[in-house]
Ligand binder design. Structure first.
Ligand SMILES: Cc1ncc(COP(=O)(O)O)c(C=O)c1O
Length: 399
């Protein structure tokens, strides 16, 4: 499974092992492969995880989905987003966030991000609210939680919903606030490179029972009862009550996910140690502080008033050096990614939204400078040293 000896430092390696294989294997011998007891069990487990350590706090309702992208679509539909509505979101995100809004015939209104974190700027959100604004869709970029108390207060003043895109983790916290705690709903991703993964998968969490019920229907075409709920001695008819999607998690995926939950926090701590290692080693190797968005410069993270999920570690070389550095790292056998080029600069959204370069300067600059480096619990010190060596060589050559 390990590629540590192949000569390449992969950008990501999943951590699925014997526990997950055993859990998955058991499902094969059962009746339900999808929307059965494993999905329900995972939903309950994730709900409990989200309120872990909090005496007396009721767990949210969790609705397992086939991915975060469709989770966002289902959640926005359940929140009655449709043609003519505007949803305020961030340009520093993956295509899914804006796609979900567009797929419902609504309009994403992009506002700029904070320079130190890349997170949506609450002041910019407040300034963008208009008569067609229906809700806010913040993204907890790289695993840092957005300023949820501020966003919630803005939303409440204008009677808007807040739906959180928490594709980058379930395990972060900021000043005592966790994903989904202040939002009307939160959507998670279990895509192949995520901290918790089933290859593809997702989940929505909400404290609102009625909303959860609608999401449960919408993820399964809009039918009144899933097959497992109708299973019994006598046949039961089902009804189609609204137009939904085929967007559910399967029992096979849920079985892979369940054994990972108890390991999530230990793995985050290992990634945090790697992030601190990157910061120190890069400073020593290059001799200057390499600009990063991950921890340093983010007061609540440095002061440990919470934690990032440390899903991604990004460095920000000068704009002129970024693509050259990506090529140099590739040649040195280091896997990289770009999270993200500002979403409004991509062809379809240029055509659709027509936001000229210069409109959202902070996001554009981050998008032009950023590189994500390998970060996962089994990344070895020796591999990290190779990454640091390759980055500093490219840095010195380019400056
Ligand atoms: C911020 C963000 N939102 C949404 C998604 C979509 O997740 P999924 O692949 O589970 O649909 C991703 C996936 O990379 C993401 O990074």
């Amino acid at each position: 499974m390990s590629t540590a000896h192949s000569g390449k430092v992969e950008f990501y390696r999943h951590q699925l092992g014997e526990d997950e294989i055993a859990s998955w294997r058991k499902v094969i011998d059962t009746l339900f492969l999808t929307l059965g007891p494993q999905v329900a069990g995972f939903e309950a487990d994730l709900g409990q995880f989200l309120v872990r350590g909090r005496e007396g706090v009721v767990a949210p309702h969790v609705v397992g989905t086939s991915c975060c992208s469709l989770g966002l679509l289902v959640a926005l539909r359940a929140l009655d987003v449709g043609p003519g509505d505007q949803v305020i979101t961030t340009p520093m995100t993956f295509a899914s966030t804006t796609n979900a809004i567009l797929q419902l015939g609504a309009e994403p209104v992009l506002v700029d991000v904070e320079p130190r974190t890349g997170l949506i700027d609450p002041e910019a959100v407040a300034a963008a609210i208009g008569p067609r604004t229906k809700g806010l869709l913040p993204v907890h970029l790289y695993g840092q939680l957005c300023d949820m108390p501020k966003l919630r207060a803005i939303a409440d003043r204008h009677h808007l919903f807040v739906l959180e895109d928490s594709a980058h983790g379930i395990e972060m916290e900021r000043d005592g606030v966790r994903p989904g705690e202040l939002g009307d709903g939160v959507v998670f991703s279990f895509y192949a490179t995520k901290n918790l993964t089933s290859g593809d998968g997702g989940a929505i969490a909400t404290k609102d029972a009625k909303l959860a019920e609608r999401m449960r229907r919408l993820r399964n075409h809009g039918v009144s009862k899933a097959a497992a709920e109708r299973h019994g001695a006598l046949y039961q008819h089902w009804d189609l009550t609204e137009l939904g999607y085929k967007a559910n998690l399967t029992d096979l995926d849920a079985a892979l996910l369940r054994p990972q939950l108890p390991k999530v926090e230990a793995k985050r701590d290992r990634r945090q140690a790697l992030v601190e290692g990157y910061e120190r080693k890069l400073r020593e190797a290059i001799g200057v502080r390499v600009p990063t968005i991950s921890r340093r410069g983010v007061p609540w993270l440095v002061e440990r008033r919470g934690t990032s999920s440390h899903h991604l570690f990004t460095i920000q070389p000068p704009v002129a050096l970024r693509d050259e550095m990506l090529a140099a790292l590739g040649k040195a056998g280091i896997g990289t990614a770009v999270n993200y080029r500002a979403i409004h600069t991509l062809t379809y959204l240029v055509e659709k939204l027509g936001l000229a370069r210069g409109t959202l300067p902070v996001a554009e600059e981050i998008g032009d400078r950023t590189i994500s480096l390998p970060l996962y619990p089994t990344l070895t010190e020796a591999e990290q040293d190779r990454v640091v060596e390759a980055v500093s060589a490219a840095w010195r050559e380019g400056s």
